[in-house]
Ligand binder design. Sequence first.
Ligand code: ZN
Length: 293
Amino acid sequence: MRGFRPLALAFLASFAAAGCSPVSAALHDPQTLPALPQDPRIHYQPGAAPYATAVAALLPQAAATIEAVQGRPFGKPFTVTVFADDDAYAAANGLGTPKARGVTFFDRVTLSPALWREDSAYLEADLTHELSHEHLHSNLSAADYFAIPVWFVEGLAVMASGGGGAQRVSTREAERAIAQGRFIDTPDEANVFANFSLAPPRGSEKDENVARMHLAYRQASLFVVFLREEKPEAFKALMNRLFEGERFRQAFDASYAESLAAARARFIAKTIAGTGAPGSSPKGGLPAPATPI
Ligand SMILES: [Zn+2]
């Protein structure tokens, strides 16, 4: 079947980026868990009722934020399930591991026990981040969703949630890394081989996976913020075209009347100028694109 393999690869790559294994998730229906009376979209494992109640207090505003930023209502109903037990969460979230604080899988958002137990300060932002994914899922076919480059999906979610998923790396740290030439790949199509992991330069001593992921997510959001703030109308047009099922490259080129590579070069130049890194004189022209590491 024409197009099947790239699509399947993109699909699997998207899950790989999130570490997903969808089969297990499909077998765990959140409807089998109790629903919260005040908001039946929210389900919870016995023992997690206070967690579910806290989510209920945040969910309306989080959903409204996403609809405002992403420019349209949710396309379908969804559930948010909170877990008290790491193993149950791992089995239900599609990843097979409890490490991710939240996971969105089609019409289901699952939130980890750790998000409540250890990182409850992140709850609002992380819930909003997951709702960004849910909003795309609910308005797109699976094929269209997984055709959007991962950096854009994650950058959009971090931007819309005010930093959800990137809390451990500041804007300044992410900008400094870009100025030093360490910047994620930002392909204009879903690309299995794009470097979204930001492996550290050879010889660096410390490589903490969580911080690396937060750095990648922060950088992705900075680029998305740049695209939105520099040309708000073009960004709106891009979102609309994506919602119509257009492929990212075509939608971007038509909305911005330039290539993503050109916008990226401008973003890098602006970032370097903003950090005051050597060679950042505005008269110096565009720097060479940073080499992804
Ligand atoms: Zn995400």
